[in-house]
Design a binder for this molecule. Sequence first.
Ligand code: ZN
Length: 310
Amino acid sequence: MPDCPEDCRNARKDLYLATSLIDPDAEKETRTELAIGDNSGLEPALDLTTVERRPRVLAAMAHPDDAEILVGGILLSLRDCGCEIGILTMTHGDCGSATLSKEEISRIRSAEARAAADYLGGWYGCAGLLDIEVMMTPENLRRVIESMRQFNPDIVITHSPVDYMLDHEETSRLARAATFAIAMPLYETRQPDPAPPARGTPALYYADPVEGLDPFGQRLLPDFHVDIAPVLERKRELLSRHASQREWLRAHHGVDEYLNRMVEWAQNYGRECGAAAAEGLRQHRGHGYPRAPILQQILAASVRSLVTRQ
Ligand SMILES: [Zn+2]
């Protein structure tokens, strides 16, 4: 079951941040075609000292270590800007070993996830689903919505809707459905000690898929990159909290050098935008969601390119 520190419960009493961040004029913006590496037209910086409360950013990912690999640099940068950080995993990573029992590896990976969240000074929760069985079902959705309500985020970052494995894609669907329903007063999660509905729909962002590739091996370009070079060494430290996964990845995927592969991917994304290392994001801009570039404004100093879509 997800846990929730006392300050998290208290924070729900605060005014909902997004209402103070959304610039109504931004809703009308016409997105401009920009070449990769062209930094003109980026969003103005947002002074967080002027908002009602510190923005609460939740990375909702499938397994322990996904958030750290895919958006660890972004989470560190957001933390440095004054955001509250949370990590929600769908599972405890119960299939993440070739030698240990489900119970043993779940316990180890939960401790690693908690240690990583501690390194970020953030919150950690788990929806209690099982590896390979992360699927859009009513019960799973109720658990995810309950976990999200416990943290009460203003911004949610989840997996790309298209990724290398279905646990990631289904997490993306669950996170999309959960962010849509999190503020609905009549939606009941039917979980013990339920948290109240959120005050509004969080802004939703999608991380790059693993290796930046879709299932057909094609690069799936983000809306924008975030330069993570200044925090890359701390991202290595963050990821090193997941010590069990180096051995597991070597056994299952044939991938060695767990930390070095992460750096290699970040360098590849960096080459797309003229940075030494980067991570990418896409923003969900569909009906009913905040369309203002909230995260881009918070990280304005680190946003290095805007890859277009009209
Ligand atoms: Zn994963």
